[in-house]
Design a protein around this ligand. Structure first.
Ligand SMILES: [Zn+2]
Length: 173
């Protein structure tokens, strides 16, 4: 997140350093300090028979592009719980995820100054019927050897590249 102009707590003007917009800001009136950390997200790589379930984004940024089901974490939420919750909200599917993350990647949220910290789990479907909801326009299973070209976010392209790599290694063994 980029610097605040005014203190969200007491509305006093906050100091800012244009050369370092991500530096922490302290309010000299109320004493609050704001750390502009990356925002955490969690997502699920839902794979079945060499196909992955992707979601067409219904909202900006990247509206109409394909994305990995997932989203921003709620306060205090573990990424594993966040991945399961977001997948249920967006697809209607219950998933089982692996204990350890498949990958953790840093990115920016579209053109904004906000950094994201994105945690991805390998997952499989254990219940429910796939149906797009929330900020998803449609759902589709894509073969891992023919993924769509318009995939939202640099980090999602990177995690899919790693997934395809580990999947082709495994299937050639
Ligand atoms: Zn203040």
């Amino acid at each position: 997140m980029s610097a605040f102009t005014y203190c969200p707590n007491c509305a006093a003007r906050l100091p800012s350093d244009p050369s370092n917009p991500h530096a922490p800001q302290s309010c000299s009136f109320c004493g609050a300090t704001y750390y502009h950390n990356s925002k955490p997200t969690a997502g699920a790589l839902i794979v079945r028979d060499g196909h992955i379930l992707l979601a067409e984004r219904a909202i900006e940024p990247f509206r109409g592009w394909w994305d990995i089901p997932g989203g921003f974490l709620e306060p205090g939420e573990h990424p594993a719980d966040g991945a399961r919750r977001e997948v249920l909200e967006e697809t209607g599917l219950q998933i089982e995820i692996e204990d350890s993350p498949f990958a953790i990647l840093i990115d920016r949220y579209g053109e904004s100054e906000d950094y994201t910290l994105n945690v991805y789990y390998a997952a499989r479907v254990i219940g429910g019927d796939a149906r797009p909801a929330d900020d998803v326009a449609s759902l589709r299973w894509f073969s891992l050897d023919s993924l769509p070209e318009r995939i939202a976010f640099d980090h999602a392209n990177e995690v899919l590249r790693r997934l395809v790599e580990s999947w082709s290694k495994r299937s050639s063994e």
